[in-house]
Write a protein that binds this ligand. Structure first.
Ligand SMILES: Cc1cc2nc3c(=O)[nH]c(=O)nc-3n(C[C@H](O)[C@H](O)[C@H](O)COP(=O)(O)O)c2cc1C
Length: 180
């Protein structure tokens, strides 16, 4: 199997973390992977808030429903990355939206997040993307200016679990040739 496919297949969402700090060197390597993500016209709309402060993690946790399987991960992980984006850049040309999808920030931050998740995994770290939260409440906690959106929280740390891979659909169930 190609090395990259192995990393892609073996990366799992990690929701349980060891009580062990992540060095700045590892953190910066993971962020460097985000930095090299592709983006609409190389607009690089991303902004990252690195949360290590336990009180801020606890405040962020309150914006996540208790039923979210990653509820505990927000306070247990040594680091929570808040992946944010400047609005009105990606999917725009000369200040105007150029496709029917409007702002492409979810797309570009998705790629950014995947670079982080895969690189973290390749370094023995684990991540989970947390999208189910009260974004309006969470943005206040990190003092996010109005012209930016908070997209996801991403707890990061050393895994304390080895989850079984959730099943994937077969290629033949979603790949179409020439027409749908
Ligand atoms: C955009 C997005 C939002 C997600 N939000 C959450 C979430 O709020 N809570 C959670 O526990 N997992 C969340 N996940 C993780 C998915 O549940 C997980 O990726 C999926 O079950 C497949 O498992 P795997 O990542 O181990 O392959 C999210 C994943 C993505 C891509």
């Amino acid at each position: 199997m190609p090395d990259m496919l192995k990393i892609i297949k073996e990366r799992r969402t990690i929701r349980k973390f060891q009580n062990k700090p992540v060095s700045d060197e590892l953190l910066n390597t993971v962020l460097e992977a985000g930095r090299w993500a592709q983006s609409w016209a190389n607009t690089q709309c991303w902004e990252v808030i690195v949360v290590k402060d336990q009180a801020i993690k606890e405040a962020l946790q309150k914006t996540v429903p208790e039923g979210n399987p990653s509820y505990k991960a927000i306070v247990d992980a040594p680091i929570v990355l808040c992946l944010c984006a400047k609005k009105g850049l990606t999917g725009y040309y000369k200040g105007k939206v150029c496709t029917s999808f409007g702002d492409w920030l979810l797309f570009d931050i998705g790629i950014f997040a995947q670079n982080i998740a895969l690189t973290a995994h390749s370094l023995g770290l684990g991540t989970v993307i947390v999208g189910l939260l009260n974004h309006d409440e969470a943005r206040k906690i990190i003092s996010l200016p109005n012209d930016y959106d908070l997209v996801v929280l991403m707890p990061l740390g050393f895994p304390a679990e080895e989850p079984y891979p959730p099943p994937r659909k077969e290629l033949k169930s979603f790949v179409h040739y020439n027409k749908f």
